[in-house]
Design a protein around this ligand. Structure first.
Ligand SMILES: *Cc1c(COP(=O)(O)O)cnc(C)c1O
Length: 380
């Protein structure tokens, strides 16, 4: 990093660590589509780089910035959040015991109970919001990884990273955190004791609903970390150079976008708490929300841009409500600058445990008044 060591995270992000292209002076990096790298007359690699499935120059800056923001030792970008999360688990060994939350991103749950279990991981779900229950499930020497997602998709359940880190470490397990909803703006899981932090960079890190990407940041350069990097190379879950370039561009505005999204979400949550058309507002920033105290401890400067509304009238009520929205778009995914609403149970299917009346809202950076009036007219 060419910035002073004292530079704060918002400065590091906006300046992309202060880098300037050394060969041209350009303040924005070039895109390197090359798949392969040359050798000199002595057959030595000219740059140390070999082939783009192993590494790409466009990874350097987003990985370095993530490592800086997450206060870790190293980072790796992946072709998706799923690519990043599954790499952490497949870097374990068949027979290893892992503890995962009972409220967790749906597609990842399907992979854990399906593929990962068939492949030989012993996957056990637990109420991750209660560290005592987690402690009771850790099998010392056998449990290799405890996985936290906080706030969790889609009911915003909050887990205490510091308390679970202690429980995991006491049993000899690593702690991995899916910090997609919290972002490095609000939470640094490694500072709270986590060993690995994963993001669906598709969401807030990129922030513009135009890149599928993932990342893992590690606290230390361990053997497990080397295996995670090897999984990326060997399974080929590599991010394209243009996507990596877009990701860095998105990350430069992270500290403007996310606080704005969190402020809007807080206003919406407060406005609709106790509203006649709403059964419940699920948002960690509301003092009455279970987990608010933990969230207030481990999230700084806001509670994130995700909230869920439980609408009166069950699934028909929720679907009628989103059908009337005119500003919010009806779409899955989250973390972009535009507000999105989704009837989550419809997409998760019949096996879903998500309440039928739940609408998941990804709050954007629009005018909060416009977002609130649109929701009001849709509830009327
Ligand atoms: C979207 C998401 C993922 C999966 O990421 P992709 O980039 O879609 O593969 C994982 N965890 C959470 C919390 C997510 O929201």
């Amino acid at each position: 990093m060419s910035l002073p060591e004292s530079a704060r995270p918002a400065t590091a992000a906006a300046q992309a660590l202060g880098n300037v292209d050394p060969s041209t002076g350009a303040v924005v990096p070039a895109i390197h589509p090359a798949t392969t790298y040359g050798r000199g007359p002595d057959n030595r690699l000219l740059s140390g780089r070999l082939y783009s499935r192993a590494d790409n120059p466009n990874y350097d800056e987003p990985e370095a910035l993530l490592t800086h923001l997450e206060k870790g030792a190293a980072s790796a970008v992946f072709s998706s959040g799923m690519g990043a999360a599954t790499a952490i688990f497949t870097a374990l060994k068949p027979g290893d015991h892992v503890l995962v939350p009972n409220v967790i991103y749906w597609a990842f749950r399907s992979w854990l109970v399906g593929w990962a279990t068939e492949w030989g991981l012993r996957v056990q779900s637990v109420d991750m919001s209660d560290p005592a229950k987690v402690a009771a499930c850790v099998q010392p020497g056998k449990t290799k990884l405890v996985w936290v997602e906080t706030p969790a998709n889609p009911t915003l359940v909050v887990s205490d990273i510091a308390a679970i880190a202690e429980v995991a470490h006491r049993g000899g397990a690593l702690l991995g955190v899916d910090s997609t909803f919290a972002t490095p703006v609000h939470t640094q899981p490694i500072s709270l004791g986590a060993d690995l932090v994963m993001h669906s960079a598709t969401k807030y890190l990129n922030g513009h609903s135009d890149v599928i990407a993932g990342s893992v940041t590690t606290r230390a350069l361990t053997e497990h970390w080397e295996r995670i990097r090897t999984v990326r190379v060997q399974s080929g879950t590599v991010l394209g150079p243009f996507e990596a370039w877009l990701l860095l561009r998105g990350m430069r505005t992270l500290f403007v976008r996310v606080p704005a999204q969190s402020r809007n979400a807080q206003r919406i949550a407060e406005h609709f708490a106790g509203h006649a058309g709403i059964e419940a507002v699920l948002y960690p920033g509301l003092p009455g929300f279970p987990g608010h105290d933990v969230a207030a401890r481990q999230m700084r400067g806001g509670f994130g841009g995700m909230l869920s509304l439980r609408v009166k009238g069950g699934a028909p009520g929720a679907l009628a409500f989103i059908g009337k929205l005119r500003v919010w778009k009806r779409a899955t995914s989250l973390g972009g600058v535009e507000s999105l609403a989704e009837h989550r149970a419809s997409i998760e299917g019949p096996q879903s445990g998500t309440p039928q009346d739940l609408v998941r809202m990804s709050v954007g950076i629009e005018d909060a008044g416009d977002l609130i009036s649109d929701l009001e007219q849709a509830l009327a």
